[in-house]
Ligand binder design. Structure first.
Ligand code: SF4
Length: 411
């Protein structure tokens, strides 16, 4: 048994152990806690336990179950509707060129906000003998160039099984990259062994996306694990979930992004917390997320600016949410507000008269109005940017200008 497996055995997994560690007065009603654990497993590794300094702090909140998990208002079990987009068990094909492949049913530490709690914690939920159906699907679908291995945590699997998964995926010619999602550097840094890294290296390009929610999770042990991965030439990205009582504070988020970049991890996503049953108490307002993004954009390096996204309920996918920087677009200029709140104007290029008449300016006489027959309408014409090009969906998004009927013909 490796050092990491021994460490895993030292985890807290029962209500009695919680009480022993933190005291009965702190952890709450044991019966209610047991009900919460029956719905979603408890495990807190020694590394994650060490984060916790006080009841209700950012780490307690992430890992210690509460009876609040039993209160379900809007939450749903499969909030992202992943199962509806699963052509074979445990593989979701939602976007055109990539798939999510759930390969592990277990994690080192269970995060109480977990979106995938329906799939995680019980080995029966993602049987390890079902990989073949996933490989076969990916082999048949030549448009799949990117496979995201997730779960659960793929690095909870044995080295032998990770080798098996990666070598099978690498044998599929159209799979260009593999991504592995893991929380091991923070929850079980002992797992990032030289042997594991050797396996990953053999199957490059493999990207590893780590998950950190608070700057204090980047302990010396976590930083060493990240360095081991980065030194093997493994590109590192990070995902963070915006969580009430954990990191819903611009200063905390900025410190986290800085620490990630210092450890050669590129911040990739900040997620708005999902509407998941059992995890609703972690949700924040959207304005809080925008406040965080406003505090990052311009105030610190672009490298420290991830996308802030809502993973749309019902399977809509990740939709970026941006603070408003464009104040107005006219046919002459764009009015912008910068990170410090100051207003600037960007003049748009002036085009020949033909462009304003709906010509595309290259003399071939084709309409630049989007192919919806708009060139033979009379009345007003949507102008997007002054160079005669509409966005092609018949809406435009700028102001409308009056044109003479004769100008609406392109012959
Ligand atoms: S590590 Fe990821 S999959 Fe596992 S419990 Fe935490 S959020 Fe869920």
């Amino acid at each position: 048994m490796g050092n990491w497996q021994e460490k895993l055995r030292e985890s807290v997994t029962t209500v009695d152990q919680l009480i022993e560690r933190f005291g009965a007065d702190k952890v709450g009603d044991p019966l209610k806690l047991q009900q919460a654990i029956d719905k979603f497993n408890l495990r807190i590794t020694p590394a994650a336990l060490d984060f916790i300094r006080a009841q209700g702090d950012a780490f307690w909140t992430q890992y210690v179950p509460t009876e609040t998990e039993l209160e379900v208002h809007d939450g749903i079990v499969d909030s992202l509707d992943e199962d509806a987009d699963s052509p074979v068990p445990n593989l979701t094909h939602r976007y055109p060129d990539r798939v999510l492949f759930l390969v592990s049913p277990v994690c080192a530490t269970y995060c109480r906000f977990c979106t995938r709690r329906r799939k995680v914690g019980d080995p029966e939920k993602i049987p390890l003998n079902q990989y073949e159906a996933g490989f076969a699907y990916i082999r048949e679908h030549t448009e799949v160039r990117d496979v995201i291995m997730s779960g659960g945590d793929p690095f909870m699997l044995s080295d032998r099984r990770i080798e098996y998964l990666l070598s099978n995926l690498r044998a599929i010619p159209h799979v260009q990259i593999v991504r592995i999602h893991t929380r091991m550097p923070s929850h079980l840094p002992e797992r990032i062994t030289p042997e594991l890294v050797e396996i990953v290296k053999r199957h490059h390009p493999v990207w590893v996306n780590v998950h950190f929610n608070h700057p204090d999770e980047l302990t010396p042990a976590a930083e060493k694990a990240l360095a081991t991965l980065a030194d093997a030439g493994i590109p590192l990205g990070s995902q963070t979930v915006l969580l009430k009582g954990v990191n819903d504070d611009p200063a905390v988020m900025k410190a986290l992004m800085h620490k990630l970049v210092m450890n050669r991890v590129r911040p990739y996503y900040i997620y708005q917390a999902d509407v998941v049953a059992g995890g609703e108490h972690f949700r924040t307002s959207l304005e809080k997320g925008l406040e965080v993004m406003r505090a990052l954009r311009g105030w610190t390096s672009g490298l420290c600016n991830p996308y802030y996204v809502i993973d749309a309920p019902g399977g809509g996918g990740k939709i970026p949410i941006l603070p408003e920087y464009v104040e107005m677009i006219t046919d002459d200029e764009v009015v912008l507000r910068n990170y410090a709140g100051e207003v600037y104007r960007y003049p748009l290029p002036k085009e020949p008269v033909a462009a304003a008449r709906g010509m595309n300016g290259n003399g071939n006489g084709q309409s630049a109005l989007g192919g919806h027959g708009a060139s033979r309408r009379s009345g007003t014409l949507p102008v997007l940017n002054g160079n005669g090009a509409s966005n092609g969906n018949g809406h435009g998004c700028g102001e409308e200008v009056d044109l003479l009927p004769s100008e609406l013909f392109v012959d």
